[in-house]
Design a protein around this ligand. Structure first.
Ligand code: XLS
Ligand code: MG
Length: 379
């Protein structure tokens, strides 16, 4: 069993997903640095991290666990199938380590069939196939007791605005997400406490249909039949930073709308492609990351922080593909703990009667434990 429940405000559980640990670190300019490892190996790394008391939860795409064959979309239901048996093996490893499942999400980005979109593909046959794949993923999530079902926008987007069927595209998306709700209820999958939308402005498409948290919240209230069931898992700093937005603002808005269901966490250089750096790694974002956790504490939010990042390509060690992956998990945990310590220091911040600039300098002094005297000596 995991050593103890982690409960340092605002974090109730630390979740490390399968795809972050399994990532072989390829990029558009070069192939994989690390060998791909089997999902059972990934499960073992996660189980070990849980036993060491580093994580309490994990998450997965269907494709992270078992392959998908479009010609056999219900293989998980056959207890004799290789799919069912492998899922059970993985589940036992995770259960024995006391790991909870935060979310299950359907991969609609990996298979080239969905190159022009999954749930919003203009071809009705491909939309139906994407829906079938989502249903299988919902069943797999139920088998593992996942708390949330997540829809990340993936390849639902466009490069050519005049090629998009604007009259229908958001209706297709609403049909699919309303359909996922109906499927959960029809099958009495009570493990799911809600569904989340994970917005992203671009990558892998030139533009995505739900680019920011604001777009996604509007969509929930404007188009979905059970808005109370759906929330957002923003990916901060990465996804909103790619569009030059500020993470403190995003969590402030989402908590006030009661739509921050959980957090995807990592680091990002503003306006770049999706860096997916581990938290606090890279040249930017220390203030923003710490202030985001300060804001979450200020508003009294509590919830799951799920890493969504990968190790730097430069840190990948092909001669020790398991060892460097374990180190990556520890680095992420160390970064979160560092953030929590720094955010805790900020809780003493006083703002009354101070200018905005004074507040900001005082916050930096508090975060870095600088006393006024030392700063004055350097003036
Ligand atoms: C990609 C997303 C993705 C989702 C899960 O940018 O972060 O990994 O979190 O599909
Ligand atoms: Mg993410």
């Amino acid at each position: 069993m995991a050593k103890k429940a982690f409960n340092i405000d605002p974090v109730t559980m630390r979740s490390m997903p399968f795809w972050c640990v399994g990532n072989p670190l390829s990029d558009p300019f070069g192939g994989s640095v690390l060998p791909k490892i089997d999902s059972i190996e990934v499960a073992k790394i996660l189980a070990e991290a849980a036993k060491e008391g580093l994580i309490e939860a994990t998450s997965f795409h269907d494709d992270d666990l078992v392959p998908w064959d479009p010609a056999n979309p219900n293989d998980d239901l056959d207890k004799k199938s290789a799919t069912y048996q492998k899922l059970q093996t993985i589940k036992k490893i995770l259960d024995d380590a006391g790991l909870k499942i935060n979310m299950a999400t359907c991969s609609l980005h990996g298979n080239s069939l969905f190159r022009n979109g999954g749930l919003t593909n203009p071809d009705p046959k491909l939309r139906a196939l994407a829906k079938k794949k989502c249903e299988r993923n919902i069943r797999i999530g139920a088998m593992f007791g996942a708390k949330y079902l997540t829809y990340w926008v993936a390849r639902d987007g466009f490069e050519v605005p005049v090629a998009v069927d604007w009259k229908n595209v958001y209706n297709w998306l609403a049909d699919a997400l309303n359909g996922a709700y109906d499927y959960i209820k029809k099958n009495k999958f009570t493990n799911y406490v809600g569904m989340t939308i994970e917005p992203k402005p671009n990558e892998p498409r030139g533009h995505m249909f739900l680019p920011t948290s604001g777009h996604a919240v509007g969509f929930i209230y404007g188009k979905l039949k059970h808005p109370e069931f759906y929330g957002i898992n923003p990916e901060l700093l990465q996804h909103e930073s790619m569009a030059l937005l500020n993470a403190v603002h995003t969590v402030g808005y989402l908590t006030s709308m009661k739509k921050l269901f959980f957090l995807h966490f990592g680091s990002q250089i503003k306006a770049q492609f999706d860096n997916d750096f581990p938290p606090l790694i890279g040249p930017e974002g220390l203030k923003e990351t710490v202030q985001m956790f300060w804001a979450l504490r200020k508003v009294g939010w509590k919830g799951v922080v799920e890493f969504d990042c990968h190790m730097l390509r430069a840190d990948g060690d092909p001669s020790d593909p398991i060892g460097c992956r374990k180190k990556f998990v520890r680095d992420c945990i160390r970064a979160l703990s560092t953030t929590l310590v720094l955010a805790d220091r900020l809780m003493e911040l006083k703002t009354e009667g101070l200018s905005a600039s004074d507040v900001d300098l005082a916050a930096t002094a508090l975060m870095c434990k600088l006393d006024k005297k030392t700063v004055a000596e350097w003036m």
